[in-house]
Design a protein around this ligand. Structure first.
Ligand code: FUB
Length: 321
């Protein structure tokens, strides 16, 4: 009898920050499901001319990758789980994304470049029965397109960086935006907005929002404009309806990277802040604005619910450096 052999996925050991050392990775988005932490990232790809690119195509991300761990030390590489071209409207580049689980289905909210008739960056959603895919496009069109929001300071590319939170009462929320922080309810089907799109006014808000909840307090953590580049700041609220109170900086700026992007999760009794810097050299290519690397450090809270400032370390959360 011939038994089909399940192909074995590659694994690696956490040897400190950056966490992934064989690829450039950015915009980390953790998800805890069934005792496993899944980490979704965009793959920053090197391309000829990238070092001198000005203003335009700093980032070259054409696929999203997934990693998983049960102990933060041994990681499994699930490879590429979604591409912008998996959406029939998607063309080329993909930016930050997040996966959330509801009733055994996994919803992948992504930033992608959409072709005709959208011709802008949009938020899309893909769905799967498994955290590692395959993911398919249930809508056949973007979830948020440029015509649905005011353009604000970033024009046609302000609808980026979606983050989703499902509250304990089952209400799901979607937050996104560059230059403007947008917030809307999701319908129970998770693939349509429900009601008005609000704008949340955050000091020095740039992009990369991340929604989380701990002990009845809601956190909106985001990339803010710091000393010449982005750092991470946050605000808290007693409910998703607000009011949101700015709480200041959570981190400084990232080493060698203009951008930084938070991803926060509780896993096995500890809280973690994922972010990226650009300290990795790979195949002779030094880290750069579009050659970033995902990192993780522990996150601690004060008794009043505020977050303690996170120092970005080389040790990270590894035990094997
Ligand atoms: O990775 C491309 C963009 O850079 C993301 O969408 C932003 O959050 C910033 O990290």
């Amino acid at each position: 009898m011939i038994c089909a052999q399940k192909s074995k996925l590659p694994t690696f050991r956490n040897t400190g920050n950056p966490l992934v050392k064989d690829k450039f990775t950015a915009d980390p988005a953790p998800l805890v499901y069934d005792g496993t932490l899944y980490l979704y990232v965009g793959r920053d790809e090197y391309y000829e001319g990238q070092d001198t690119a000005g203003g335009g195509k700093e980032f070259n991300i054409t696929e999203w990758l997934c990693y998983s761990t049960k102990d933060m030390q041994t990681w499994t590489d699930h490879g590429s789980v979604l591409k912008p071209t998996d959406f029939k409207w998607g063309v080329g580049e993909s930016w930050a994304a997040q996966v959330v689980e509801k009733d055994g289905k996994f919803y992948y909210y992504v930033t992608a470049l959409a072709g005709e008739p959208y011709n802008s960056r949009v938020v899309g959603v893909a769905v799967s029965d498994s955290p590692t895919g395959p993911f398919t496009d249930p809508l056949g069109k973007p979830l948020v397109s440029d015509d649905m929001t005011d353009n604000g300071p970033r024009g046609w590319w302000n609808d980026i960086d979606p983050t989703a939170l499902i509250d304990d009462n089952g209400q799901a929320w979607l937050c996104w935006g560059n230059g403007t922080c947008f917030l809307a309810k999701l319908k129970p089907n998770m693939i349509e907005l429900d009601g008005e799109i609000q704008v949340i006014d955050m000091p020095r808000y740039v992009e990369g929002p991340w929604l989380s909840k701990r002990d009845g307090t809601y956190y909106l953590t985001y990339a803010s404009f710091g000393k010449g580049k982005e750092n991470i700041a946050y605000a808290t609220a007693p409910s998703m309806e607000g009011p949101w109170t700015p709480k200041g900086e959570l981190t400084g700026t990232a080493e060698n990277s203009f951008t930084i992007h938070p991803g926060i999760v509780e896993f096995k009794g500890k809280w973690y802040l994922f972010y990226h810097n650009a300290t990795l050299t790979l195949d002779g290519h030094k880290g750069a604005i579009g050659r970033r690397s995902v990192c993780v450090d522990e996150l601690h809270y004060n008794s009043d619910g505020t977050m303690q400032r996170v120092e970005q370390t080389q040790q990270g959360v590894s035990t094997s450096r």
